[in-house]
Design a protein around this ligand. Structure first.
Ligand SMILES: Nc1nc2c(ncn2[C@@H]2O[C@H](COP(=O)(O)OP(=O)(O)OP(=O)(O)O)[C@@H](O)[C@H]2O)c(=O)[nH]1
Ligand SMILES: [Mg+2]
Ligand SMILES: [Zn+2]
Length: 293
């Protein structure tokens, strides 16, 4: 029987067969451990039923994956919904960019959701919109707590399998509960003292929000390693540079100190957003530092 992994907790996988409401509790057989293959939420698997009364079975085969991510650890997704709060916690642009780079590297389109819009005013929204206008992402603002903007997110998810990604406390689970129309996921307050989320969600879970629309809630994290890459390649992950890089004097210009740099000219002109550029520079320096260890 074939099904999809909805969640995995403490060695058990919860699997829903196609066209069924049942959820089987399964273990992965030793063959996976030997091959160092870890089943992921979103994986299509074949199971053998060992107890049809109590819905228990074993995973016997992992079907080939369309794609997979490491953080969050999910498989077979069509797009990523990157969620950051506008405030509480304040967004870290380098972290946000690291998410975008990771998704771009995986070939996934991104819906960028700025949540907690109720804590910000119009001019702050406009500022966020400006920063990411050239980043080749769909930008949405929501207040999950107040149910504002949720319909637009639902539209963006229709007919797809989406994974959320973002820092702890951004409101990922709150938004997912709104999308599901019920309290499916536990939510937790942001710590007053340190201004960060408390990592309320500990397990990735696949939820159906309407027929044919699926979303994965995932644990938040506050830091993210950039994927393995040459520092010279980082600039390719900034779509706002596309129009300019061809005009730089040096063919392999990284747009930092080189003379005749068209990207930096565009920055001076205000055609490239300064916040995005600063974040690029900071990530470039991180990659540069990695090699010097
Ligand atoms: N003001 C405001 N608070 C919100 C909004 N959305 C969520 N919150 C609050 O933010 C806190 C964190 O929300 P969660 O949904 O648990 O955040 P999360 O992203 O799932 O966090 P982790 O599971 O730890 O990764 C909760 O206290 C929510 O009530 C919003 O739109 N506005
Ligand atoms: Mg959560
Ligand atoms: Zn340049």
């Amino acid at each position: 029987m074939q099904g999809r992994i909805l969640k995995g907790i403490a060695g058990f996988y919860y699997i829903q067969p196609e066209n069924s409401e049942d959820i089987y509790e399964c273990k992965a057989k030793g063959i996976f451990r030997k091959r160092q293959q870890k089943p992921l939420v979103g994986d299509l698997v074949e199971i053998e039923v060992i107890d049809s009364e109590n819905l228990k079975g074993n995973i016997v085969k992992l079907c080939p994956r369309k794609n997979s991510l490491i953080r969050p650890a999910v498989a077979n997704v069509d797009q990523a919904v990157v969620i950051f709060a506008m405030k509480r916690p304040d967004p870290l642009f380098t972290l946000l960019d690291s998410f975008l780079i990771m998704m771009r590297k995986a070939g996934l389109p991104v819906v960028l959701v700025f949540n907690k819009a109720d804590l910000a005013d119009e001019s702050e929204k406009e500022e966020f919109r400006k920063v990411y206008a050239g980043a080749d992402v769909k930008i949405l603002f929501t207040s999950a707590a107040k149910g504002i903007g949720v319909g637009e997110v639902r539209d963006a998810l229709r007919g797809k399998v989406s994974t959320v990604a973002g820092p702890s406390g951004a409101g990922k689970s709150t938004l997912i509960n709104m999308l599901c129309g019920s309290e499916r996921m536990e939510t937790g307050a942001v710590s007053e003292k340190i201004g960060r989320g408390k990592q309320t969600t500990r397990h990735t879970e696949l939820l159906e929000i309407e027929s044919n629309s699926f979303i994965m809630d995932t644990p938040g994290f506050s830091s993210l390693e950039l994927p393995e890459m040459e520092k010279e390649d980082l600039e390719q992950y900034y779509p706002e540079f596309d129009r300019y890089r061809g005009n730089c004097y040096f063919k392999r210009c990284v747009h930092i100190h080189e003379p005749g740099c068209s990207v930096r000219d565009a920055l001076e002109e205000g055609d490239i957003n300064i916040k995005r550029y600063e974040s690029y520079k900071s990530l470039y320096e991180t990659l540069d530092g990695r090699r010097r260890y």
